[in-house]
Design a protein around this ligand. Structure first.
Ligand code: UTP
Length: 480
């Protein structure tokens, strides 16, 4: 680690000497923490980001030649059967890893603890991590293979996340196949270009965005671990969506058949301004343009059939080929661009030494977004999914995209699966489902598997209004 003298010199060069203003007051372990943090910073890089993204608001150049991309319809279109077979073969051959990004701060939900520990399901209130663990477990049983699971945490929630897995015995997964990867952080920068101290002995930092997951895979050795295990495809998803299909054979097969380096699932937007990134093609490259950046005339443009021209919204479900992630993270450089977000960052007031919590944004958070990897790929696949089947994230404590809406959507999905399998679903006078229903992925992780699993129940399933029905690994548990 660099000594105090050389750190002082660097800070002077970059006009950040205030970071040592309280140094003499600190005890020796606090001094070491601060020096280590400062030593790890790449000051020339940070200085250039400050000039580009903090001291000025970067102006976004919207390209003129934006086209809608080609989208493969839900189910897989003409290639559905070939894709399913190919994806199942990849899973059976142990070529696929699951990768969840769970390093976010979850400020909107306001839950104490990592978001993956949030009780998300409608009947048994399983934590999100368990929902994914059961899917991986089910796939391991179906395909007779070990499926490694990589979990992006942050330095803020890594310890609590790992403790949660240990307390729950990894829900039956082999801990040797579950790897936690704390992501990198970036310092918060005040509007005057000065880095902020969160404490007198610690910089205010934030996780470097879900785009930081790709460099974290490289730097943590996870990519090397994948190579050793023979993994070719990384199935990427977010921690907040309990409906996600963690390992989707059709999607995997479409990516392999399309020889794509990177792929994404899309949703048909509800309206021109739904808050989802827009899939576009610019200069032959698949690109996502944020909803706030797409010009109104394009957002509202329609095809002759009246449907939106740019209808495909991004839901942050991807497949990346391992060799693609290796390529774009080679040599320790990250090819993804930086984004700026204005935030309220509590910090030590440089004048008084007191910690202040501002009421209005005072600083810039710098982050990387994973979808910026898409234009770096030689070939991509975009596969449309169904909202009811696969997307109902938990973002906010109340209102849209909240635990209540997500539970409602989970019940609706399970009711649809059951109805398709011939089970009657009770409904009220308004046609709303009148029971709480939950199906464990260990009972059925797809509508196809549900029919076979229902046949194993000792009695046919009858659901009455007011029931709480849970179909778990050992069959049916139902109660009023
Ligand atoms: P969001 O953009 O919803 O952010 O993350 P968030 O931090 O979870 O929640 P808010 O905005 O503070 O309320 C989308 C996904 O990306 C992950 C999150 O954990 C979530 O799965 N993520 C986000 C990271 O892994 N690291 C980050 O730095 C940011």
């Amino acid at each position: 680690m660099a000594d105090l003298g050389s750190i002082r010199t660097i800070l002077k060069t970059y006009d950040q000497e205030h970071l040592l203003a309280w140094f003499e007051e600190l005890d020796s372990s606090q001094q070491s923490i601060l020096l280590a943090q400062l030593d790890a910073l790449d000051f020339p890089q940070i200085q250039s980001w400050i000039e580009q993204y903090v001291l000025q608001k970067p102006t976004l150049e919207i390209p003129t030649n934006i086209q809608p991309p080609q989208i493969i319809p839900f189910g897989g279109g003409d290639n559905a059967e070939a894709a399913r077979a190919q994806g199942q073969e990849l899973l059976r051959a142990g070529k696929v890893a699951a990768f969840v990004v769970a390093g976010g701060q979850g400020t909107r939900l306001g839950f104490e603890g990592p978001k993956g520990c949030y009780p998300a399901t409608p009947v048994t209130e399983k934590p999100l991590f368990r929902v994914f663990a059961e899917q991986i477990n089910a796939a391991q049983q179906t395909y007779g293979v070990s499926i490694p699971w990589y979990i992006l945490t942050s330095p803020i929630n890594d310890t609590a996340t790992q403790a949660h897995f240990r307390q729950n015995n990894f829900w039956g997964l082999d801990p040797a196949n579950v790897k936690f990867i704390p992501q990198g952080t970036l310092p918060a920068v005040g509007y005057d270009g000065k880095l902020l101290l969160g404490r007198k002995y610690r910089l205010a930092v934030n996780p470097n965005g879900h785009g930081g997951s790709l460099t974290a895979l490289a730097e943590s050795g996870a990519l090397a671990d994948m190579a050793e295990r023979g993994i070719d495809y990384i199935s990427y998803f977010q921690v907040d969506n309990p409906l996600v299909r963690v390992l989707d054979p059709v999607f995997l097969g479409l990516v392999a058949l399309g020889d794509a380096e990177a792929a994404a699932k899309s949703l048909s937007k509800r309206d021109p301004y739904e808050k989802l990134g827009n899939f576009c093609v610019v200069d032959d490259k698949t690109t996502i343009i944020e909803y706030s950046d797409l010009p109104a005339e394009l957002a509202e443009a329609c095809n002759p059939d009246g449907r939106l021209k740019f209808s495909a919204g991004s839901i942050a479900i991807h497949i990346f080929r391992r060799d693609f992630v290796e390529r774009i993270t080679a040599g320790g450089t990250c090819l993804l661009p930086i984004h700026r977000a204005d935030k309220k960052v509590p910090h030590i007031d440089p004048a008084t030494g007191k910690r202040v919590s501002p009421d209005a944004p005072n600083a810039v958070k710098l982050e990387l977004f994973v979808f910026d990897a898409m234009p770096l790929a030689e070939k991509t696949v975009i596969y449309s999914t169904s909202r009811g089947e696969e997307f109902s994230p938990i973002k906010n404590a109340e209102g849209e995209d909240s635990p209540a809406t997500s539970k409602h959507d989970q019940v609706r999905r399970y009711a649809n699966w059951l109805e398709a399998a011939g089970v009657a679903i009770p409904r009220d006078a308004m046609g709303q489902i009148a029971a709480a229903i939950e199906i464990s992925p260990l009972f059925a992780d797809s509508p196809e598997m549900l029919k076979a699993s229902l046949a194993t129940l000792p009695e046919p399933l009858n659901i009455h209004a007011g029931d709480n029905v849970y179909l778990g690994s050992r069959g049916q548990i139902s109660g009023k």
